[in-house]
Design a protein around this ligand. Structure first.
Ligand code: KG4
Ligand code: ZN
Length: 344
C-alpha cells in the first residue's frame, strides 16, 4: 500500500461539489480540499429541487468548482491517482454532467476512473472522519433516502430497512411547504418547533407496530394537513405546535427503529460494541440527534455523526469512496453508466 490522491466529483442532486482526498498507506483519510456550491437559491422559489435547473447549474459551475478544489489542494491532474465521480443514484441530468466530466478528465490525464455509488459515499464517510472499522450500522436520512444499512466492507452492504414512500428530509420539506414555511424545510420546521407544544396534536406513527425496519412518512404528512385544517386559519402558535408535534412523531419513529436495529446488531455480533453511524442532512436535527444519542447510550453503542458539512452531499465523500475502491483495485471503464436508481 502507498498514499493515494483522489479527485471526487458530486452532482447527483442540488450540490455541485469537488474535493481532493488523500488516503494514507495505513488506511487513514485526509481531506485536502472540499468545495461545495449549493443550488438552494436557484430552487427556493419552487419549494424543491427542479431537476432540469439542477442539471443546468451543474453544467455552468462544475468546471470552476473542480478548478478550485485542485488549486486549494495545490494539485495538478497529473498528481492524482484516480478520478472518482458519482454515477448514481440521483437526478439523471446532474449525474450525467458529473460522470461525463469525470470521464473526460480521466481520459485527458490517463488516470483511472472510479464510478461511485452516492450511497456508498455516505456509507463510508465515517471511515474518513472517524476511522470507523467494519462492520457498522448506518442510518442514512437525507432528502432522497431513509435507510438502515449494515456496512460489512467496501462494496459489501446489507439493507435492513428503508422508506416505502417519502424520505425523511422530503417529509420535513413537505411539512414546511404545507405550513407555509421556507425551503429547505427541515431547518425551518426545527426552528418553529422550538416554541411549540409537541403533545398538542396526536400524529400517527405509521408502520411502527410492525417488526420490520421500514419507514413510512407519507401518511404523517396527510395527518399533519388534516390537523392544520382542523385549526384553520392557523396562527403562529398553531404552526409552532404543528411543527413540534410533527418533529416529535418522526423522532419517535426514528428512535424506535434505531433501537430495533441495534438490538438486531447485538444478536448478530454479540461480542462487538455496535457502532452506529448517522448520515444525511436530517442528521443535523437536534431533536433527532438527541434521541439517537439516548438510544445509543441505552444499547451500549458508539454513536458516530460526522460533521454536518460531511453529512450532507459533498465531493470528499465521493473522493474517499473512490480511494477505498481504488485500494482494492476496483476501477471502472469509460462504459460506466449513469444510473438514476442504484440500490446499495
Ligand atoms: O443530505 P442532504 O443535504 O441532501 C440530500 O438529500 O442528498 O439532505 C437534505 C435534506 C432536506 O430535505 C432538508 O430539509 C433536511 O435534509 N434537513 C433537515 C435539517 N437540516 C436539513 N431536516 C430536519 N432537521 C434539520 N435540521
Ligand atoms: Zn446524499
Amino acid at each position: 500500500d502507498r498514499d493515494t490522491l483522489i479527485l471526487g466529483i458530486e452532482t447527483s442532486c442540488d450540490e455541485t461539489a469537488a474535493a481532493i482526498v488523500r488516503r494514507h498507506a495505513d488506511g487513514r483519510g485526509e481531506i485536502v480540499s472540499n468545495i461545495v456550491r449549493s443550488q438552494i437559491e436557484e430552487h427556493r422559489p419552487f419549494g424543491g429541487v427542479v431537476p432540469e435547473l439542477a442539471a443546468r447549474a451543474h453544467v455552468v459551475h462544475l468546471d470552476a468548482i473542480i478548478r478550485r478544489a485542485l488549486d486549494e489542494a495545490g494539485t495538478a491532474l497529473s498528481d492524482l491517482d484516480a478520478i472518482a465521480a458519482t454515477a448514481g443514484p440521483g437526478l439523471i441530468g446532474g449525474v450525467l454532467v458529473g460522470l461525463t466530466t469525470g470521464k473526460a478528465l480521466a481520459a485527458a490525464s490517463g488516470k483511472p476512473l472510479v464510478a461511485v455509488n452516492h450511497l456508498e459515499g455516505h456509507a463510508l464517510t465515517a471511515r474518513l472522519t472517524d476511522g470507523v472499522q467494519f462492520p457498522y450500522l448506518m442510518l442514512l436520512v437525507s432528502g432522497g433516502h431513509s435507510q438502515f444499512v449494515l456496512v460489512r466492507g467496501v462494496g459489501d452492504y446489507q439493507r435492513w430497512g428503508s422508506t416505502i414512500d417519502d424520505a425523511l428530509g422530503e417529509a420535513f420539506d413537505k411539512a414546511a411547504k404545507l405550513l407555509g414555511l421556507g425551503y429547505p424545510g427541515g431547518p425551518e420546521v426545527e426552528k418553529a418547533a422550538r416554541a411549540g407544544d409537541p403533545t398538542r396534536f396526536a400524529l400517527p406513527r405509521p408502520l411502527l407496530r410492525e417488526k420490520r425496519l421500514d419507514f413510512s412518512f407519507s401518511g404523517l404528512k396527510t395527518a399533519l394537513r388534516l390537523a392544520a385544517e382542523s385549526v384553520a386559519p392557523v396562527s403562529e402558535r398553531d404552526i409552532a405546535d404543528l411543527c413540534a408535534s410533527f418533529q416529535a412523531a418522526v423522532t419517535d419513529i426514528i428512535a424506535t427503529r434505531a433501537r430495533q436495529a441495534l438490538e438486531r446488531h447485538a444478536e448478530l455480533f454479540p461480542d462487538r460494541q455496535p457502532v452506529f453511524v448517522v448520515a444525511g442532512g436530517v442528521a443535523a436535527n437536534r431533536a433527532i440527534g438527541g434521541a439517537l444519542r439516548a438510544v445509543a447510550e441505552e444499547t451500549g453503542s458508539r454513536l458516530v455523526i460526522p460533521p454536518p458539512a460531511l453529512c450532507t452531499d459533498n465531493g470528499a465523500m465521493i473522493a474517499w469512496a473512490g480511494a477505498e475502491r481504488l485500494a482494492l483495485g476496483l476501477v471502472d471503464g469509460f462504459a460506466a453508466a449513469a444510473r438514476p436508481r442504484w440500490p446499495l
